[in-house]
Design a protein around this ligand. Structure first.
Ligand code: ATP
Length: 236
């Protein structure tokens, strides 16, 4: 668990983000201060509308805060130019509730999408095949998304999120569209990949069982932190 913000991989200091909705203002991030360790798995839990996605969007550089600072891997996101922020965003692996696979591309080609126009020092096809095998889809490389179940499509999406070897993986309700058994398999896979690759995982979920697998759990309500605690459930 993080004790020193100066050594944290992700640090938010007094971050706010509000949205105007007609006459009213919604405080989606309400003076958030938190730290996340490199290589850890952090669950963001809270009821619908509590601000989980907002927090992930701020960490992922998809949204900019109204005030406060966000530092990731030593970079102050607020100080980055538009191009540098785009580079930062593309360095992250994102997994969403909707799988967002390209329907005209095979599983293998979907996994390769993040590497289009990117120079890499590894064999991209080998890497994609290995990842599809790691997510349990060996033999389904050439299947089209429409030929895969929801759980299998999410596995492809996870492989796609990992293909560029991100140091940070952000997952927003990744099991929201899956039945309980399939969801458990997908979560186990995310945590396994996180451990195997030393990736920092930040996962937002309604699913309280996720908390038991995470290193840290941040409870949010109405945009502010109710509690940040070490789940202390993982065997060393
Ligand atoms: N673009 C937007 N414009 C206006 N209000 C927004 C916008 N995005 C989010 N909100 C509001 O901000 C609050 C937090 O939303 P957010 O999506 O972060 O919650 P959440 O915890 O991820 O919810 P869910 O679990 O339902 O996805 C909500 O009240 C939501 O309606």
């Amino acid at each position: 668990m993080v004790t020193d913000p100066s050594t944290a991989f992700i640090h938010l200091d007094d971050v706010t983000k509000s949205y105007r909705l007609g006459e009213s203002t919604i405080q989606a991030a309400d003076h958030l201060t938190l730290s996340i360790d490199e290589g850890s798995a952090t669950a963001i839990v809270g009821r619908s509308g509590s601000g989980k996605s907002t927090l992930l969007h701020l960490i992922g550089g998809i949204d900019r805060p109204d005030s406060g600072t966000i530092t990731v891997d030593g970079q102050n996101l607020g100080a980055l130019t538009r191009n540098k922020l785009a580079d930062y965003r593309s360095s992250i692996g994102f997994v969403f509730q909707q799988f967002h696979l390209l329907p005209a591309l095979s599983a293998l080609d979907n996994v390769l999408v993040p590497l289009v126009a990117r120079r890499v020092d590894f064999d991209r096809h080998d890497a994609a095949r290995q990842l599809l095998e790691a997510v349990g889809l060996h033999g389904r490389e050439h299947a089209m998304p429409s030929q895969l179940s929801g759980g299998q499509q999410q596995r492809v999406a996870i492989a796609r999120a990992m293909i560029h070897r991100p140091t940070l993986l952000i997952a927003d309700e990744p099991t929201g569209n899956l039945d309980t058994t399939t969801a458990t398999g997908v979560l186990d896979l995310l945590f396994q990949l996180q451990q195997d690759h030393g990736t920092t995982l930040v996962i937002a979920t309604h699913d309280t069982t996720v908390a038991a697998q995470a290193d840290d759990v941040i409870h949010i309500d109405s945009g502010h932190i109710d509690e940040q605690k070490n789940a202390d459930a993982r065997t060393p």
